[in-house]
Ligand binder design. Structure first.
Ligand SMILES: NC(=O)c1ccc[n+]([C@@H]2O[C@H](COP(=O)([O-])OP(=O)(O)OC[C@H]3O[C@@H](n4cnc5c(N)ncnc54)[C@H](OP(=O)(O)O)[C@@H]3O)[C@@H](O)[C@H]2O)c1
Length: 338
């Protein structure tokens, strides 16, 4: 596993994502007192990473910077005073925005240890999307067993995590997608109802729900799609916007606020990661790790690329119609798709 250079993806100027992300090299860092050296295996390219490359995100690095919001690997060395028994353990990066590199020197609180049995490709995607889905579903805290949750972009990493967690926790999901070929795969993944994200799809979905109340609507699209799921909520229901894939603002009828008493809010997992007690964070990831190991929580992978092909990887990640996540494969000797 050892290698004498540290391959990195750096950004010198924000811009068009495939042009902004450039491969570069640096010396392998050494862990200092209390620090651990981690060798990255895989890192996903999320919509948030594309937004960072464009220079349009909630937090942006000072340039030039190594980027990458998420990734996983193995501890390969412990600095003086750090616990040596963790060498060899699988971890994912927490609170790091420079994950797209072979080697990261981290303090233990910047890492979450995960069971070595978890596939490293799943481990690298644990931090963001499953935790977001968990927080979305837990926001109300009072969802009765069997409750309906409606969401759009249901095929996304978050959407699939919502389906998996809801199924494990005893809630039912009504899922909108924009491609008919996704209906069967999402039903196979545990979705209760899947329909196309249009007015006919909504009618189909309402019939399947059969007049039962929908308490929670999860929006990652915006515009008409967000309005569609909002309009399905029962009085007092909650609409949470967590993404804006359609790049359209919300349209909120006044009556939804005044007469239906809807709660309309947003959620950002980074806020939770920055403020929640460590015990709570560890507990959530332990539960999510169990779900992965039980086979219930899966984010499919569309393609993998070595860091030398980051431009192709980013181009693919920015395309619609993918079969899952695009991952950067930092394993030595990795090739495209390998
Ligand atoms: N707030 C938070 O803390 C948080 C955390 C995680 C993610 N997010 C956000 O959640 C969203 C999904 O992220 P992800 O990583 O789960 O996504 P992903 O796995 O990369 O999938 C993207 C999804 O968006 C759909 N999509 C793309 N463009 C669309 C458009 N114009 N209209 C409707 N649907 C569109 C895709 O549909 P097709 O499959 O048909 O192409 C796909 O289902 C992103 O906006 C991301 O930034 C937010």
């Amino acid at each position: 596993m050892s290698q004498d250079i540290n391959r990195q993806i750096t950004v010198s100027a924000f811009g068009i994502p495939p042009d902004a992300a450039r491969p570069s090299e640096a010396p392998v860092p050494a862990p200092g007192r209390g620090e651990l050296l981690v060798r990255t295996q895989y890192a996903p390219i999320n919509p948030a990473d594309l937004n960072v490359l464009e220079g349009r995100y909630g937090t942006l690095p000072q340039l030039p910077a190594v980027v990458g919001n998420e990734g996983a690997g193995q501890v390969v060395a412990a600095g003086p005073g750090a616990e040596p028994s963790v060498v060899g353990r699988q971890v994912f990066y927490l609170g790091r925005n420079d994950c797209w590199q072979d080697y990261v020197v981290a303090t233990p609180d910047q890492l979450v240890f995960v069971p070595d049995e978890i596939d490293p490709r799943a481990a690298c995607m644990l931090k963001v999307n499953p935790a977001t889905a968990w927080l979305l579903l837990r926001h109300r805290g009072d969802l009765p067993a069997g409750s309906w949750v409606v969401q759009n972009a249901a095929n996304s990493g978050v959407g699939r995590s919502v389906i998996a967690i809801a199924k494990a926790e005893g809630w039912r999901t009504a899922n909108f997608v924009r491609r008919a070929e996704l209906v069967e795969p999402l039903l196979d993944a545990g979705a209760d109802v899947v329909a196309l994200d249009n007015d006919d799809g909504k009618a189909e979905m309402l019939q399947a729900i059969g007049g039962e109340p929908v308490h929670l609507a999860l929006n990652a699209v915006g515009g008409d799609s967000a309005l569609r799921i909002m309009s399905m909520l029962a009085d007092g229901g909650t609409h949470i916007t967590y993404g804006a894939m359609g790049r359209r603002p919300l349209k909120i009828p006044n009556s939804f606020l005044i007469f239906k008493g809807l709660e309309i809010r947003g959620l950002w997992v980074s806020r939770w990661l920055a403020s929640a007690p460590r015990d709570e964070i560890e507990g959530v990831y332990a539960r999510l790790g169990d779900l992965v190991l039980e086979g219930g929580l899966e984010q499919p992978v569309d393609a993998t690329f070595p860091p030398s092909q980051v431009g192709d990887a980013v181009t693919r990640a920015a395309e619609g119609g993918r079969a899952g996540k695009v991952l950067l494969d930092f394993r030595p000797g990795a090739t495209e798709g390998g």
